[in-house]
Design a protein around this ligand. Structure first.
Ligand code: NAD
Ligand code: APR
Length: 229
């Protein structure tokens, strides 16, 4: 069975990483246009780097939870394509191979001048010179609003060939990620949403498993791996 899994901020919530749109979410305190757009970066790169430096520190302190670990286990039993909107590395640290980061990663640096990529340091500044062209236009390697998400060709292919598509801990408010479930369903996949509450796109799923990710994801994986062998 081919399984495509899309994860969002909710899967890392119980590791202590704040989501974006909860009442205590990151977007409550920050204007998206200030910290998550190329225009905001051009206006005030110090503010943008402070925001992502703090998130990088939070991520370094966080530990993978039972939901991340369950997905790593699922990949040992089935062919899984793991697509994440998250910019943390908790999937990798729990043992999932080959994670597709469609919104980039806090662990990457990107030169806004020449497009060169290199590993991020814990604290970054725009004035850090690019190791390739030397320009001081360093930004986090994160996809901002108005930019094209990464790896979309591979993602569409995985979704179109999946027998089962699951979305875990995502509010379904950001496209193109929010359209993947509907596309998977039209292409014939069974679809399941795992979330602590129904999302904006719950109607696109054939099955809904409500509850905290650390409970519902291991239960779902147990059911699938029981069927597997
Ligand atoms: P938007 O309208 O600002 O931009 C969507 C972009 O995706 C457009 O440039 C569009 O051309 C492109 N796009 C749409 N479908 C595509 C496809 N199939 N293949 C390739 N490109 C495609 O929309 P938005 O959804 O509000 O935001 C853009 C992206 O930036 C989103 O993916 C969003 O999650 C991301 N983002 C990331 C962060 C972060 O901190 N990680 C914050 C904000 C936004
Ligand atoms: N278990 C399961 N689901 C949870 C939990 C939990 N413990 N806690 C929260 N959730 C769910 C919420 O119900 C919500 O549907 O996780 C979802 C989090 O939604 P958002 O904060 O909107 O995060 P996400 O969907 O990943 O955001 C998408 O938006 O700003 C951009 O680029 C950013 O990648 C991000 C994208």
């Amino acid at each position: 069975m081919r399984i495509a899994v899309l994860t969002g901020a909710g899967i890392s919530a119980e590791s202590g990483i704040r989501t974006f749109r909860a009442t205590d979410g990151l977007w409550e305190e920050h204007r998206i246009e200030d910290v998550a757009t190329p225009e905001g970066f051009r206006r005030d790169s110090v503010l943008v780097h402070r925001f992502y430096n703090m998130r990088r520190a939070d991520t370094a302190r966080a530990r993978p939870n039972a939901a991340h670990r369950a997905l790593a286990r699922l990949a040992r039993h089935h062919g899984v394509t793991l697509i994440t909107q998250n910019v943390d590395d908790l999937h990798e640290r729990s043992g999932s191979p080959d994670v597709i980061h469609m919104h980039g990663s806090l662990l990457g640096a990107l030169c806004a001048h020449c497009g060169h990529r290199w590993p991020a340091t814990l604290v970054m500044r725009a004035s850090d010179p690019c190791p390739s062209c030397g320009q001081p236009e360093t930004r986090p390697d994160i996809v901002w609003f108005g930019e094209v998400p990464y790896h979309m060709e591979r993602i569409w292919q995985a979704v179109e060939s999946a027998d089962l598509f699951a979305a875990i801990g995502t509010s379904g408010q950001v496209h193109p990620a929010a359209g993947l479930a509907q596309h998977a369903r039209r292409c014939g996949a069974a679809t399941v949403e795992l979330n602590i509450e129904p999302s904006a796109i719950s109607r696109d799923f054939g099955e809904l498993r409500l509850g905290p990710a650390t409970r519902v994801v291991p239960e779902w994986v147990d059911a699938l791996c029981g069927q597997a062998s």
